[in-house]
Design a protein around this ligand. Structure first.
Ligand SMILES: Nc1ncnc2c1ncn2[C@@H]1O[C@H](COP(=O)(O)OP(=O)(O)OP(=O)(O)O)[C@@H](O)[C@H]1O
Ligand SMILES: [Mg+2]
Length: 279
């Protein structure tokens, strides 16, 4: 699904507060993957909530495959878009509302799709196992009683279970253990056709996956940088409060010492291999 954000402005209903986001415009083609980065309070979660249609722009509009969210909201048809999107909130417990973790996991399948009980069970088992969650345990426990890492895994499994066309994740690796992180990145890497917006404080995690980085600063779009150009913009990233991925910093240092890798490499092992082979 294609996503267009056109001249979007948003402000919270707090007296005296200005725009939380202003003049945000970008467009994502189907299958394109973008990281949204920026310092705390720069507006990342606000952007995510707008893209999920949890809040609506005060000015401007967001279009999914050309369909206006404002128009869909007026005609009460947001559901037709929401069923095609998988969402992860920054604080997963804010998206839970069922008695058991199993009901939470299968919510989208049960409500948006016409599937047999066996098919729902099969998909639930598959999605849970991908994140090392025991589906029988999920049926016994409240989602609120899971550990914070398990809550995130449950929310991620719930987001991917219906094979959505769009994934919108707010800090997907925050608080995750190494195996959960690795599995998430493996799953995302396999979803070529899925359009993705990933908010992260850790660009390094997703460097191998994203096509572009949008940098937010004080509610504005400070930069929209293609992956291949990131290494030239490390100073700008730092100035905007973003810690540059180490693999890019090393290539910058090497370049300054007269050692060039040719095209930018996004993985440390690849970089070491390249240097070992004599470039
Ligand atoms: N529910 C709310 N009510 C009022 N103001 C809010 C609300 N949520 C966010 N804001 C304000 O909007 C601005 C952007 O907040 P947002 O949560 O989008 O930032 P963020 O980039 O996601 O930050 P973080 O990295 O800490 O998650 C901040 O100034 C924040 O105080
Ligand atoms: Mg946030």
């Amino acid at each position: 699904m294609k996503i267009e954000c056109a001249d979007v402005f948003y402000r919270y209903d707090v007296p005296g507060d200005g725009w939380a986001l202003r003049d945000i415009s970008f467009s994502l083609e189907q299958g394109e993957k973008v990281a949204v980065i920026g310092h705390a309070g720069s507006g990342k979660t606000t952007l995510i909530q707008l893209l999920d249609a949890l809040i609506l722009p005060e000015k401007g509009d967001i279009r999914y495959d050309g369909q206006s969210l404002l128009a869909l909201s007026k005609t009460k048809k947001l559901f037709s878009i929401r069923r095609r999107i998988g969402v992860l909130f920054q604080f997963p417990e804010q998206q839970f509302f069922h008695e058991t973790a199993y009901e939470e996991l299968t919510f989208a399948l049960r409500n948006f799709f016409d599937l047999s009980a066996e098919e729902i069970e099969r998909r639930a088992r598959d999605a849970a196992e991908r994140f090392q969650l025991d589906v029988d345990m999920l049926a016994q426990i409240s989602p609120f009683h899971l550990s914070s890492g398990e809550k995130r895994k449950l929310a991620l499994a719930s987001a991917i279970i219906s094979s959505p066309e769009v994934l919108i994740f707010d800090e997907p690796t925050a608080g995750m253990d190494a195996s959960g992180r690795k599995e998430l990145i493996r799953i995302i890497s396999g979803l070529q056709d899925v359009t993705m917006v990933l908010v992260t404080h850790n660009l390094e995690d997703f460097l191998g996956i994203v096509d572009r980085c949008i940098v937010l600063s004080e509610g504005r779009m400070a930069a929209d940088i293609g992956r291949g150009r990131l290494v030239d913009r490390l100073g700008d990233l730092e100035a905007m409060g973003v810690v540059p991925p180490l693999v890019l910093s090393v290539q910058d240092w090497l370049a300054k010492a007269g050692i060039r890798t040719g095209e930018t490499l996004f993985d440390m092992k690849q970089l070491v291999g390249h240097l070992k082979s004599g470039g």
